[in-house]
Ligand binder design. Sequence first.
Ligand code: ADP
Ligand code: MG
Ligand code: MG
Ligand code: MG
Length: 402
Amino acid sequence: MPSAYHPLTEEEAVQYVRSKLPGFFPSDAQLFSREIGDGNLNLVFRVVDAATGRSLILKQALPYARVVGESWPLTLDRARIESEALKIQGELAPGLVPRVYHYDPDLALTAMEDCSDHIIMRKGLIARKRYPRFAEHMAEFLARTLFFTSDLYLSPEEKKARVRRFINPEMCKITEDLVFSHPYYDADTNSFNPLIREDVEAIWNDGDLRREVANLKESFMTCGQALIHGDLHTGSIMVTEQDTKVIDPEFSYYGPMGFDIGALLANLFLSYASHEGQTADPGERKSYRQWLLRTAEDVWNGFLERFNRLWDEHVKDEMWSAPGYRDAYILRLLQDSAGFAGCKMMRRVIGLAPVADLETIEPPEVRAVAERQALRIGAQLVLRRGEMRRIGDITDLVRREG
Ligand code: ADP
Ligand code: MG
Ligand code: MG
Ligand code: MG
């Protein structure tokens, strides 16, 4: 079959697996393939051996953004970034990302472990499911992937070599536009519930807020602290009650650690706001919201415990041991996480690519109540991030504004 880039069909996905991954399936296996991608950017094929149930995923990048169409070209290099990031994350946080079987630079395609026995976490959160091990898994993922790719662990030479491999300008530009710019003025890409126009205009007219978002944008663009996932929302996490898999690191680059932690917190807080409209029963709502905030606290506290342990074990540089340096580093990380979480919340209400948590609330009047909560929490997280001293300050803010 031709190896020049072209988007595969479902049939070609089967042929591809037979020719490029011989031995994965028995040669006489009857294979079925279905395109299951529900994301914004790529094709995702699930290839299954009907007789044994054995399966794999082929994820192929398209040369444009799927949500918008061919008018928005997008680099295929993101498939390389994704496959390399998955391998690094898999080594640092074993079992918490799908295993990579194969990467094909010509077709911009990665063959990986099929996690279809898991569901996308966002769907679970909408259905008020609880995931008792989620916080510890994400604490582990964050602590290990962020610590071991940072200057706290790597030599300066190795760190810079890695930064070079993960220059990801086109994907970063999407974030710079959609998370840090467009939601804060009357941009064409925005789309929001007409009932909240006044609230959105108040954000466009809030000079303090726009200045603070600009500061966070600068940090996103200039702070090469660690290899971050870059798109760590609850649509990039697949879960069962016992297991967690982080997928879709095509936005990976060397950026601020707080952007990943903040993305995760933002999505827990968006869920918190959404249950204003998703859950009519006040008792159920209250109890689920308690679980969401406790999970946010457990993620941060679990992260911190592990990060501190890694620091004790591995940090060798004299200067990183200067008095007060570690405490200041961690405080900055908490405050960055709060600020980035705030931006990530506001963009999901005002900008392109809304989240199902809010979008599926009917009628629009009820949705507006939840959306206003998300905007208030988001704006206050950005404006008051400098006051945050511990994770409880952040969850208190959510409770107060929500
Ligand atoms: P995109 O980059 O286009 O958002 P994703 O990597 O998020 O693509 O994948 C889109 C969807 O495909 C996911 O929401 C999930 O349903 C499915 N999917 C992706 N990777 C896997 C996997 N390894 N196992 C099972 N399903 C997957
Ligand atoms: Mg995705
Ligand atoms: Mg919207
Ligand atoms: Mg993606």
